[in-house]
Design a protein around this ligand. Structure first.
Ligand SMILES: Cc1ncc(COP(=O)(O)O)c(C=O)c1O
Length: 299
């Protein structure tokens, strides 16, 4: 596989208040965020020049930092403006954006009280998270489980929460799968390593209650689209055996968008009407003007 390394690309990255050349956006190795996972980030997508649900992402970023005990030193308006500036400065209209905030290098111990909080925002073209998205992806079962919210800051999009995601995804890839389906610490159904999961069972859409994993912005968007189509949406505690009763399964996330699932472990699914309808509705919605989006979703 030929990869263009992420530290050796053309373009501009917004770094602590200014747009700087991509290759200059560097950190010192003795950075608290690197050693102690004191970082939070967002994944956003722009379509036709608009960042989809930008303010929700910005608010989640600020909230994620607060859960880790720090205040990002920019207002939501400033962060939104910086994201838009990154997109424009790089001449991008359809792109992925990655804001990240972290504790700096003023202290390097478990305590990071006196560290400075940094913010950077990069954008690049990331057409599809899964290479064979439309054909449906195959998921392995993860060995790692989403932890109890008293064990990890599960409501924060914190870098440290991704450690078990990377381990699970690597094992799935080694087994020939695209991703892994994770359970939570109770053995209930949780999510994939970077996207939420939906099951279509007898005409209704079921999804696990996000009480120990991210309540995704795409997840909430898809629920609003389903209600608009009068598809019943049921959010509840779910068991892994329920895949046996599901006619369709799909993932939802900013990077993954709406991705049909064709296999989990040894169980196979055929993407059907509900997945196709919501996939098309999502694709249409993300290209609408930002002030039209909320009006298309039913609470
Ligand atoms: C672990 C995890 N769960 C769920 C999601 C979906 O969240 P969103 O739809 O807000 O992108 C993501 C992606 O950000 C994620 O990384």
């Amino acid at each position: 596989m030929s990869l263009v390394p992420f530290d050796d690309r053309d373009g501009l990255i917004w770094f602590d208040g200014a747009l700087i050349p991509w290759r200059d956006a560097k950190l010192h190795v003795l950075t608290h965020g690197l050693h102690y996972a004191s970082g939070v980030f967002e994944g956003e997508r722009a379509y036709a020049g608009n960042i989809f649900r930008l303010r929700m992402h910005t608010e989640r970023l600020i909230g994620s930092g607060r859960i880790l005990g720090f205040e990002i030193p920019y207002t939501a308006d400033e962060i939104d403006a910086a994201c838009i500036a990154v997109l424009k400065a790089n001449g991008l209209t359809d792109s992925y954006l990655r804001p990240i905030a972290w504790r700096g290098s003023e202290m390097l111990s478990v305590s990071g009280q006196h560290t400075k909080i940094h913010l950077a925002i990069a954008a690049w073209v990331w057409p599809a998270y899964f290479a064979d998205r439309m054909a449906g992806v195959a998921l392995d079962w993860a060995e790692w489980r989403r932890p109890d919210p008293t064990t990890a800051p599960t409501a924060s999009k914190a870098t440290g929460n991704y450690m078990i995601g990377t381990l699970s995804k690597h094992k799935a890839e080694a087994n020939g799968f695209a991703d892994a389906m994770m359970l939570d610490w109770r053995g209930r159904l949780a999510e994939a390593t970077g996207a939420n999961v939906f099951l279509a069972i007898d005409g209704a859409l079921h999804t696990p209650t996000p009480d120990c994993f991210l309540d995704g912005i795409t997840r909430r968007t898809v629920m609003g689209l389903a209600r608009r189509r009068q598809i019943p949406v049921i959010e509840r505690a779910m068991q892994p055996e329920e895949f046996e009763r599901a006619q369709e399964v799909f993932l939802a996330g900013t990077a993954a968008e709406v991705t049909p699932v064709r296999q989990i472990g040894d169980r196979h699914f055929t993407p059907g009407q509900i997945t196709e309808t919501l996939l098309q509705d999502y694709e249409a919605l993300v290209r609408m003007a930002p002030d039209e989006v909320e009006g298309r979703l039913v609470a």
